[in-house]
Design a protein around this ligand. Structure first.
Ligand code: SAM
Length: 279
């Protein structure tokens, strides 16, 4: 019993740290300036239709929720970090759609079994630390015969490599927390969804990130907007040599993933998985 209470307290503390991290910087700007095409890509791949009940898990500022609502679906955007909903509400209003914004942990979704026709997550659920718990929740709230659509950064792509690059500079992860980019590994996700799904389709695609004139320009932008990177720089702020080393490592990373066409175009690989929950 005491052990369970301790585990719950530790989990709450971990989620509070994650919430604070995602509220750092300006994540909505990343969504609108760097990865805006991913939400529509996921909505199209999952075939969201008018009138369907859709849940966007770890929705942030609505990168997938708003394009889903544009189809005429009834969309709930759920996220651990409600600080991001202000930008989400403005994004939805700018497109003239209604989205319901609700705080929630992907590992304990506050919805009934089978409440949604479609459950989506765009580079979102991958950041919940306990993968099986989160996958079980996605499946639980999806109705039998409903659809799941997941878009995640791959372990060997740019963002997977970004997390590997930052790891030596970051505090050790809490026991039991799994690395986010594993959700970009097809076999891992098939294992998480197990035999509760059919019609699994997996596809690896690449986002070309073109708005940064140089690798250093990406790095400086990223250090001011992206919570996980800001948190790592804060952790090493007292050690100028570490800061300089991480600066170098991030620049090298961007150079490695630059297409090499003369202007800077960074290739960011992701995996899209769609599946149907067994009827
Ligand atoms: C990279 S952002 C993606 C946001 C949005 N889906 C998009 O495409 O722009 C990751 C999101 O996961 C959310 N998140 C992290 N851990 C979570 C958890 N345990 N439950 C729900 N949301 C979580 C963060 O608050 C953040 O909004």
């Amino acid at each position: 019993m005491t052990e369970t209470i301790d585990a719950l307290t530790q989990d709450r503390a971990l989620k509070a740290r994650h919430r604070a991290m995602w509220a750092l910087g300006d994540y909505p700007t990343v969504a609108s300036e760097v990865i805006p095409e991913l939400g529509p890509v996921l909505v199209t791949a999952t075939g969201v239709r008018c009138g369907e009940r859709v849940l966007d898990v770890a929705a942030g500022s609505g990168n997938a929720a708003v394009p889903a609502a544009l189809t005429g679906a009834a969309v709930v955007a759920s996220d651990l970090t409600p600080e991001l909903f202000t930008a989400g509400r403005a994004f939805a209003a700018a497109h003239g759609v209604d989205v319901t914004w609700e705080e929630g942990d992907a590992e304990a979704l506050p919805y009934d079994d089978g409440a949604f026709d479609v459950v989506l997550s765009c580079v979102g659920v991958m950041f919940a630390p306990h993968h099986q718990r989160a996958a079980d929740e996605l499946l639980r709230v999806c109705r039998p015969g409903g659809r799941i659509g997941l878009l995640s950064w791959t372990p060997t792509g740019f963002v997977g490599e970004l997390f590997r690059t930052m790891k030596p500079y970051a505090p050790p992860p809490p026991p039991g927390a799994q690395p986010p980019p594993l959700w970009g590994d097809e076999d891992h996700v098939r294992g998480l969804l197990g035999d509760l799904v059919t019609d699994v389709v997996a596809q690896r695609q690449t986002l070309g990130v073109e708005q940064f004139p140089t690798p250093e320009a990406w790095r400086e932008y990223w250090k001011t907007v992206y919570g996980p990177t800001i948190a790592v720089y804060r952790h090493i702020a007292g050690d100028p040599e570490e800061v300089a080393a991480l600066d170098r490592d991030l620049t090298d990373l961007a150079v490695r993933y630059d297409r090499g066409t003369g202007s800077t175009v960074l290739d960011w690989e992701y995996l899209i998985i769609t599946a149907r929950k067994q009827g």
